[in-house]
Design a protein around this ligand. Structure first.
Ligand code: ZN
Length: 863
């Protein structure tokens, strides 16, 4: 009973609609008073009921009126999560006054304080912590918000929509009214009040509307907002150009804060951002940070159509808004920073995180069939897999048709809550295709595999045989695939689009006399594994001759992975490197033609997380780590001169710029440095020290510092503490420093983490500290986290229990999910993990969120 499950199949149309809401906040950290006046009517689409059930948690009800008449206590019932009013009329106004306590809110959902400023986070269920409401995404309401606050303490007072009035009132207060002309679900409501400064700019839409753009932050960060502002204008232009979609209000505001559970939130006309994803200058942000700021700025902006104007009917449809938004974010980023790298990075992300999730206990389809806490399902499946699935429509039907599908869908459902079916029905109508089979991608969990073999028949026809393998699916997937064929002379002579729709299918491609080498990764966005056996010569052939850069990259990754898997199994240290690998690396390191970003990615050994996916089970994490490190070292030994030449050539002294070419050059250089540092010689480590001392940007400095932190250098600790002193007062830099510390692979690093927890700058109440210190440890320090003495698990268990007490979403979605995903551990690790999970499970006040995650992993035999 305590842990109630919500089922997709239980959806029913709401009995009541809230047409308008007039809210008035009297802000005070200890006791904020929220007055609400709702105009409510019975929904003529549903059966008549007289009882109105509103959501509300941790609210103290002070007054309640219907049609201006106070309600006697006998006409309503209060439960911990609801207010139920009996016998309401057809149409009425409901007025409530409640009090809430923002200063005690550390779950950071609803109204809370960050560094003394007020802000909100309402997706998915925050609004019920603010006032009584029907808190579900299919209730769309026009909201007007008045905020009364002390003028000196809270000079900036914001909400959604347009400013309609601001006036000074008694006792040094001001009273500010905002009105949003667009009906919206209450999860898009936002309020911000406090001491902020802003940069202002404007954008003229193609309909000639001038939109004022503002980014608010605390004063000391004001000079770090330029990149975000530029990215916003680019995203606005891009969406008009590529999709014909323009912004609809006169004002677009963004506020950056330091305490936020996620990256950012798309509240209508008033986005709230985690400063980590908003602020960027060359001295405070790496190239990746710059890119992440661009993506998230674009992502939240693109939600204005997918999510805000057209919203989701229920939380089972989040994959619809998140997928369509994430796909546009990815396409935007590819145009901005390079298509090849963009695609490679999306695929890497899928393989690193989504494939792992989909193979573990948390595996779920894009559209879940049930959940206990929906906060646990803002996952890579819901974001990246659904973007990849939407991108398949682009691959199948072309960009123009996709654009047409999207704009037709948005026009048809403007102002309405929608479902995945609504979207697919629009796509089917436009393409004249039956997309029933395609829908499987949304409702089936797990990563499908394609087994591919090829050959030549008697008539000299080249064919490929494709078999779909999916242990769970009862139907076949609909899979668009683009093949590239390369002959023995290195001519890439054929490119072919295939649509695989059956479980077993043969495709004839071309007439040939000799069997070509086939590749599959062009345009690849498919959340799927491909089994096709290649020998190392073929992989080298592809890496050398493929036209499509993704095929080249894929070949290098496959060569590296195959070798690693083999040396893990044979226990032999990988000193005898295959000649193909050496040749591939040599070619790449000296290539004059290839894009440097592509080269950098080709030279990168797949991450430990990704490698886990190449093993069936029983992984010894220590050994996995060791084998990967040994390969790095062997490559560094064999190619020292080549890496050094690459480093020197790309170690540019030019002024720092954030553009494709400069980013690629830095990436390549820092990969070369990382290999060289494996040699652990004074000479090579001096290169890192020089880079640390001379860097004119954080990308290079960060790369050097991370290398030094993992080295055997005597001055390691000294250098680390130098940057602690330098960065401790700047949260983004300090968190970076924590993350570098948390990722140190030296044995017993968990002791360092424990020490860091007691630093005055570190607080578990600050989600960015938790991400930097704890989550980094869990996701990027597998060798220490899965230490055989159990110290990593024990540490995490303690932190999770502490955090769950005040911020269950952080404990569950940020920490516990990352822990339980790996289901391939060997028996020693597995039984230790079970023991720790069980301790959490037995906690008397376990939150719903955490319960849901832990119970998915805990061995039923133990519990
Ligand atoms: Zn989103």
């Amino acid at each position: 009973m305590k842990y109630q499950r919500t089922y997709a199949s239980d959806y029913s149309t709401p009995n009541f609609l809230i047409e308008t809401a007039t809210l008035e906040f009297s802000l005070n950290p200890r006791e904020t008073i929220v007055k609400s006046k709702l105009t409510i009517k019975q929904n003529h689409l549903t059966k008549h009921t007289n009882d109105l059930k509103l959501d509300g948690i941790d609210l103290t009800l002070l007054k309640i009126k219907i049609n201006q008449q106070s309600l006697p206590a006998s006409s309503y019932e209060l439960t911990p999560n609801h207010l139920i009013i009996k016998d309401v009329p057809q149409n009425f106004t409901l007025e409530t006054t409640v009090s809430i306590c923002p200063e005690k809110n550390f779950h950071y959902t609803g109204l809370y304080l960050t560094k003394g400023n007020f802000c909100t986070q309402n997706e998915p269920h925050g609004f019920r912590h603010i006032t009584y409401f029907i808190d579900r995404p299919d209730i769309l309401t026009k909201i007007t918000t008045t905020i009364v606050a002390d003028r000196e303490e809270y000079p900036v007072v914001l909400s959604n929509g347009n400013l309609v009035q601001e006036k000074e009132i008694e006792n040094g207060k001001h009273r500010v009214t905002w009105q949003d002309p667009f009906p919206k679900p209450c999860y898009l409501f936002a309020l911000v009040a406090g001491k902020f400064d802003a940069i202002t700019d404007s954008y003229v839409t193609k309909l000639d509307k001038t939109v004022t753009l503002k980014i608010f932050t605390e004063g000391q960060y004001l000079n770090q907002c330029t990149h975000a502002m530029e990215a916003l204008k680019k995203a606005m232009l891009w969406e008009e150009r590529r999709f014909g979609l323009s912004y609809d209000l006169d004002l677009y505001q963004i506020v950056g804060i330091d305490d936020f559970n996620f990256g950012a939130m798309e509240n209508k006309g008033l986005n709230i951002f985690n400063n980590k994803l908003l602020l960027a200058t060359k001295d405070t942000a790496t190239d990746d940070d710059f890119k992440n700021v661009s993506s998230v700025i674009a992502h939240e902006y693109f939600h204005n159509w997918t999510g805000n104007r057209v919203s989701c009917r229920d939380w089972f449809q989040i994959g619809l808004k998140e997928g369509l938004t994430t796909l546009r974010e990815e396409l935007f980023l590819e145009e901005e920073y390079g298509t090849t790298v963009g695609k490679i990075e999306s695929i890497k992300f899928l393989r690193d995180k989504q494939f792992t999730e989909d193979a573990g206990p948390l595996a779920h389809p894009i559209r879940l069939s049930s959940y206990i806490a929906v906060d646990n399902f803002y996952t890579t499946t819901v974001y990246q897999k659904s973007a990849a699935v939407a991108r398949m429509l682009v691959t199948m039907f072309g960009f123009t048709t996709f654009r047409n599908i999207l704009s037709t869908f948005l026009a048809k459902f403007d102002g309405k809550p929608t479902t995945i079916e609504d979207f697919l029905a629009t796509a089917a109508a436009i393409t004249q295709q039956n997309l029933e089979q395609f829908k499987l991608w949304y409702d089936q969990r797990g990563t499908p595999r394609l087994k591919i073999t090829d050959g030549i028949d008697e008539q000299q026809n080249y064919y490929v045989d494709i078999t779909q393998i999916h242990p769970l699916a009862t139907k076949d997937f609909y899979i668009p695939l683009v093949l590239e064929l390369i002959n023995g002379q290195g001519d890439s002579f054929c490119e072919k689009n295939l649509l695989v729709t059956k479980n077993e299918e043969r495709f004839y491609l071309t007439k040939v006399t000799e069997k070509p080498t086939v590749t599959f990764y062009q345009n690849f966005s498919i959340p799927m594994e491909i089994d096709h056996s290649y020998d190392p010569d073929e992989l080298l052939h592809i890496a050398t001759y493929a036209k499509n850069p993704l095929n080249k990259w894929q070949a290098s990754q496959k060569l590296l992975t195959t070798f690693l898997v083999a040396s893990y199994q044979t226990q032999k240290p990988p000193s005898d490197l295959p000649p193909q690998l050496l040749e591939l690396f040599k070619n790449a390191l000296h290539s004059e033609e290839l894009d440097k970003a592509l080269l950098a990615h080709m030279l990168e050994i797949p991450s430990e997380n990704q490698l886990i996916n190449s093993w069936a089970k029983d992984i010894d994490m220590e050994k996995l780590h060791r084998v990967r490190e040994q390969l790095k070292l062997a490559l560094a030994r064999a190619l020292q001169a080549d890496f050094l030449a690459c480093y020197n050539e790309n170690n540019s002294q030019a002024i720092y710029e954030v553009n494709k070419a400069a980013i690629a050059q830095r990436m390549l250089k820092n990969i070369a440095l990382d290999y060289l540092a494996q040699l652990d010689s004074k000479e090579m480590l001096n290169i890192a020290i020089n880079q640390l001392n001379q860097a004119n940007n954080l990308t290079d400095l960060n790369a050097a510092l991370a290398i030094i932190a993992n080295s055997s250098l005597d001055e390691r600790e000294l250098l680390l503490s130098k940057y602690y002193q330098r960065w401790r007062e700047q949260p983004n830099l300090f968190n970076r420093w924590l993350a570098i510390n948390a990722a140190i692979k030296l044995k017993g690093n968990v002791e360092r983490l424990k020490k860091l927890l007691s630093y005055p700058e570190v607080s578990l109440k600050n989600p960015n500290n938790v991400y930097a210190l704890i989550r980094t440890f869990v996701t990027h320090n597998l060798v220490n986290f899965h230490a055989i003495d159990g110290s990593g698990y024990e540490f995490l268990r303690e932190q999770i229990i502490t955090i769950d007490d005040f911020n269950s979403s952080l404990a569950a979605a940020t920490l516990a999910t990352a822990w339980i995903n790996n289901k391939k551990l060997n028996s020693t690790l597995e039984s230790m993990l079970q023991r720790e999970l069980f301790k959490i499970y037995q906690e008397p006040h376990l939150s719903t969120n955490l319960y849901e995650i832990i119970s998915k992993r805990i061995d039923p035999a133990i519990s």
